[in-house]
Write a new protein. Structure first.
Length: 122
């Protein structure tokens, strides 16, 4: 796992990149938030989709809801970047759409878009 901190328009954002799955359950989400906070002091970060367990994107498993609730509870803003067009679930597409309308969780296609959204989030 590689964590890089950038400053975009006066807002610090951590970029978390990994070839391995690092976000797999609630405990790994808490561990990741603690690691990012400790290492770079950010409460906004972007992570690549490949670093997240595939079951996260199957809403029936409830993993996404449980993990994202922790991010919300701890006031951590998160952007997940990657190709979401591979998913055909209407429920997941609706979930992504609704998340993107808010100010805490974003599903975006590029890292740059995620940095921009996180930098401008209220």
């Amino acid at each position: 796992m590689k964590i890089t901190k950038i400053n975009n328009n006066g807002v610090e954002v951590a970029i978390v990149e990994s070839d391995d799955i690092i976000l797999r359950d609630v405990q790994s989400a808490l561990d990741l938030m603690a690691t990012v906070s400790y290492e770079v002091g950010c409460n906004r970060f972007i992570i690549n989709k490949e670093a997240i367990i595939e079951d996260f994107f199957k809403l029936s498993t409830c993993i996404a809801g449980e993990i994202l609730q922790k991010f919300s509870n701890y006031r951590v803003k998160l952007a997940i970047w990657g190709d979401f067009s591979v998913y055909t679930s209407k429920a997941l597409k609706d979930f992504i759409y609704e998340s993107n309308k808010g100010n805490n969780i974003y599903f975006i296609s590029t890292q740059e878009e995620g940095i921009d959204r996180l930098s401008n989030a209220k």
